[in-house]
Ligand binder design. Structure first.
Ligand code: ATP
Ligand code: MG
Length: 405
């Protein structure tokens, strides 16, 4: 097998650790990426050196105690952060999430055994080659996500692994191996012990993966554990087929996942998962306009953008495309939206060429009345009865004021 390409920074760290007499490997995601023919985003390392020994070997670089209790330090080399973790085994897991203790071990085998999936449990060092004790390379070849060891036991140790399995399958376009898959369905309730933040971050990665549609369809029962209001009727399965037609954007893909849910349920689900305010707002707003008629004329499109926003309309169009709803009407809406945008049509009060001060200058001093006049003019501009030109609007406003006397 061809040696793995390693950046100079990694080679430098490896030589320093080896010079100190320590075994060391790159491991996890970077080896998996390499074996799949992809360039790794970052490199994680594992070694039999204890954190203090790692620091001694790499004294000339900046080192951060990322998770020193768990044996992890981060070395910054040439601006590149590299996590180095001491070989360890995890103690008992009483809360299905955190090991009660971790112990360091001198043995790479123990360290690889504690890792979640075979595809994540391959280590590599230039002198040794690949250390692949659980058939990770074979599973990468076969595109399989399989637990290291007994799936029931591994999911009971850490319930988050259930969602990680689904996330990796979706991201990598892999299938979950049957025993692991059965165990996921069986143990899905374990996700109730996992913090919202961790669930949400895995869920977003899952949704944005290339295999999102089929993972969501096959594991809807699992997703329902943390989104109980998820509608999983027949239409749901039809709708989620469209997820991979959407760009990998969390707002769009979450909105499609939530397609059968009420606005209240969308908001509640995302609040429960502690999503950020911007996402909650965007997804809830989209759920409200999900079935809105955006119209078939430029006036109607302007009105829709004015009531919502260009972004909302763009998202709605993307969702309708993904679902395949009324394709011709959707194409037309997009064409009109582009025209409105390209021509800079007035679609907000801020675009209007007159404002309250102008009305005041024309002799109207009542604030409420000024507001009404502006609204009236704005309505006429939106529906195309008035051009958004200052002189025309001033004349129209004077006329309204004159008539009201
Ligand atoms: P990504 O490219 O998404 O970062 P990754 O494989 O690097 O993928 P991480 O979450 O960064 O994933 O974890 C790094 C490695 O640590 C994994 O490859 C795996 O070996 C191990 N690992 C991470 N989380 C767990 C877990 N919950 N249980 C067991 N092993 C884990
Ligand atoms: Mg990683």
């Amino acid at each position: 097998m061809k040696p793995m390409y390693l950046p100079d920074e990694i080679k430098t760290i490896m030589s320093s650790l080896s010079d100190g007499g320590f075994e060391n490997y790159v491991v996890g995601g970077c080896v998996r990426d390499h074996l799949m023919g992809n360039t790794p985003n970052d490199y994680d390392m594992t070694t039999n050196a204890l954190p203090e020994q790692v620091k001694d070997c790499l004294g000339e670089y900046r080192i951060i105690d990322t998770g020193i209790k768990h044996g992890t330090v981060t070395v910054i080399i040439n601006g590149m952060p590299v996590e180095i973790t001491t070989f360890r085994t995890d103690g008992d897991y009483k809360d299905n999430r955190h090991p009660d203790s971790v112990s360091f071990t001198g043995n790479i085998k123990d360290d690889l055994s504690r890792r979640d999936f075979t595809v994540n449990a391959v280590a590599y060092a230039p002198q040794t080659g690949f250390v692949d004790l659980f058939g990770g390379r074979d599973d990468i070849e076969k595109k399989l996500i399989r637990c290291v060891g007994d799936p029931d036991k591994r999911f009971n140790e850490d319930g988050l692994r259930i969602l990680r399995a689904m996330r990796f399958a979706s991201q990598l376009g892999f299938i979950i191996e049957p025993e692991t898959s059965k165990s996921i369905h069986k143990n899905r309730e374990l996700l109730k012990n996992i913090s919202s933040e961790r669930i949400l971050s895995e869920l977003y990665k899952l949704l944005c993966g290339e295999g999102a549609s089929y993972i969501i369809s096959d594991y809807a029962d699992v997703i329902k554990i943390f989104i109980p209001s998820l509608s999983t009727d027949e239409r749901f399965y039809e709708t989620v087929k469209g997820i991979n037609r959407l760009p990998a954007d969390k707002i769009l893909r979450t909105s499609l996942l939530f397609d059968g849910m009420s606005k209240e349920h969308c908001t509640e689900a995302l609040r429960f998962l502690r999503a950020d305010k911007k996402t909650i707002k965007a997804v809830s707003e989209l759920s409200e306009i999900r079935d809105a008629d955006v119209g078939t004329t430029r006036q109607e499109i302007r009105r829709f953008v004015s009531d919502n926003s260009f972004t909302a309309l763009e998202r709605l169009i993307a969702l309708r495309r993904a679902k395949g709803t009324e394709p011709q009407k959707t194409d037309l809406a997009e064409k009109l939206m582009e025209e409105v945008r390209a021509d800079g049509d007035c679609v907000s009060l801020a675009d209007l060429k007159i404002n309250g001060r102008d009305i005041k200058k024309l002799g109207e001093s009542d604030g409420v009345r000024i507001g009404e006049i502006i609204e009236r003019i704005y309505g006429l501009v939106l529906d195309g009865s008035l051009k958004n030109e200052r002189e025309i609007l001033i004349a129209a406003a004077s006329e309204i004021i004159r008539k009201s006397f």
